[in-house]
Design a protein around this ligand. Structure first.
Ligand SMILES: Nc1nc2c(c(=O)[nH]1)N[C@H]1C(S)=C(S)[C@@H](COP(=O)(O)OP(=O)(O)OC[C@H]3O[C@@H](n4cnc5c(N)ncnc54)[C@H](O)[C@@H]3O)O[C@H]1N2
Ligand code: MOO
Length: 409
């Protein structure tokens, strides 16, 4: 009897991270507006403060705050307006007690001033004086130099997925190109004599190929580049050739199907043969996902992953292993999750971690996680779910109403 020697998901992740180290990590320089969705490859440290000078947050008069103390609608303070600042021009003239300067929103605060009174609370009294009807405290309506970003500050951490706000922050610092991790280039090979493309009508015994599509979309969702998707019959020689060809151009080659113990299941033998380090994972203590294989080839620098053919198992293993390793190596923060109350008792699987799909339901201001049951060969088990929970291999199960951590899919 041929039994798989399985790894826990934790040890499979460790093994993969250790064998890859940083060998599959490359960086590239992208123009700022072409960097959205990419992962920053080093910290962004500011070389200058933002803003670089004290600015007014309102249209008003820059004043020495102490001068406005005690002013009111009935008893204004009169200040001499000694200058008017133009947008984009420096404020060079220092103000002294009893003086003020007109500043537009965003204009530079003149030396000596420490607050701005909004125009609504001021009135021109004569050609050079302004009546101020409301006091302002120190710093009021002033954006201080460095208040947004201090010089030397880590503004954006390595591993951050660049969003529009990160692009804005880099622009504010004069950064026009971002150094990002080059997304892994992936080839997805689906194996099976039964697979036909979605646009065709399957003959009896045939099915439409799901995994090339779902795995491709999943890779793209996580910012990875899919070079090619290939459907290959269960012919060991042809499959091996397809894998070797893909290894020449890809960082990662995914083979879906043929990972179990059927007569035509050749994925493990092929990975073992073509990878210089052989296959280092064959079997996960995970439900679903037991027949998972991984190998690494040092010559072409390719990670090879054999995923179970069942569509749900393939997607979950791709997420829990390949995507996890990509995120880990590129220093991305842990996935966002939420805590919810499970709606029924759930049995665990002895000796195996269970990845249980759930649907999230809001009930009376509480989020509930309702298990979505279904075989791992049924893709709609996945479409009905919002996320998954992990039941530890050492846990017999979960009790209804227990709080569980739900990871989004
Ligand atoms: N005797 C045993 N049989 C099986 C075991 C086992 O331990 N002992 N494990 C079962 C589990 S769990 C899974 S998962 C599957 C994994 O099978 P393979 O990775 O070898 O994949 P295939 O046999 O090629 O396919 C399984 C199933 O998935 C369908 N499939 C495959 N590729 C696609 C695709 N691209 N799109 C849609 N559907 C696909 C395929 O038609 C099969 O129905 O093995 C169990 N058996
Ligand atoms: O564990 Mo298989 O990977 O159930 O579907």
């Amino acid at each position: 009897m041929k039994l798989l020697k399985v790894d826990t998901i934790a040890s499979a992740r460790d093994k993969t991270v250790n064998i890859l180290q940083n060998k599959l990590l490359k960086t590239e320089c992208r123009k700022l507006l072409e960097s959205q969705g990419y992962i920053l490859a080093s910290d962004i440290i500011s070389r200058e403060p933002v803003p670089a000078f004290h600015r007014s947050a309102v249209d008003g008069y820059a004043v020495i705050s102490g001068d406005t103390a005690g002013s009111s609608e009935n008893l204004p303070v009169f200040l001499e307006c000694v200058d008017e600042i133009d947008m984009g021009s420096p404020a060079l003239k220092e103000i002294h007690p009893g003086e003020c300067v007109y500043v537009p929103t965003g204009g530079m605060i003149p030396p000596g001033a420490d607050a701005v009174v909004m125009v609504e609370y001021c009135e021109a009294f004569d050609s050079s004086h302004v009546a101020v009807y409301s006091p302002v405290s120190y710093g009021k309506n002033v954006v201080l130099a460095g208040e947004d970003i201090e010089q030397g500050e880590i503004v954006i951490k390595k591993g951050t997925k660049i969003r529009p706000q990160e692009i804005g922050a880099m622009a504010s610092l004069g950064i026009t190109e971002a150094v990002v991790f080059k997304p892994w280039e992936i080839t997805i090979i689906s194996t099976g004599d039964e697979l036909v493309p979605p646009h065709t009508t399957p003959a009896p015994g045939e099915i439409r190929d799901i995994n090339s599509y779902s795995l491709c979309a999943q890779a793209q969702k996580h910012g990875l580049t899919v070079l090619n998707t290939v459907v290959q019959k269960d012919d060991e020689q042809k499959l091996k050739e397809a894998v070797i060809q893909a290894m020449q151009v890809s960082d990662v080659v995914i083979i879906s199907g043929g990972s179990s113990q059927g007569k035509k299941d050749a994925t493990n033998d092929i990975i073992d043969e073509v990878a210089s380090e052989g296959s280092f994972i064959h079997g996960l203590a995970l439900k679903p996902g037991k027949p998972t294989i991984a190998g690494y080839d040092e010559n072409s620098r390719t990670l090879l992953a054999g995923l179970p053919g069942h569509p749900v198992a393939a997607m979950l293993v791709f997420e829990l292993l390949v995507i996890w390793v990509w995120k880990h190596l590129t220093d991305q923060p842990a996935d966002s999750s939420l805590f919810a109350r499970i709606t029924s008792n759930l049995a665990g699987a002895p000796g195996k971690m269970t990845c249980q799909l759930v649907k999230l339901i809001r009930q009376e201001n509480e989020i509930h996680a309702e298990p979505v049951f279904g075989k791992s060969g049924l893709i709609t088990t996945m479409t009905r779910a919002d996320g998954y929970i992990l039941i530890d291999e050492n846990k017999e199960g979960l009790k209804k109403d227990e709080i569980v951590e739900v990871f989004y899919i």
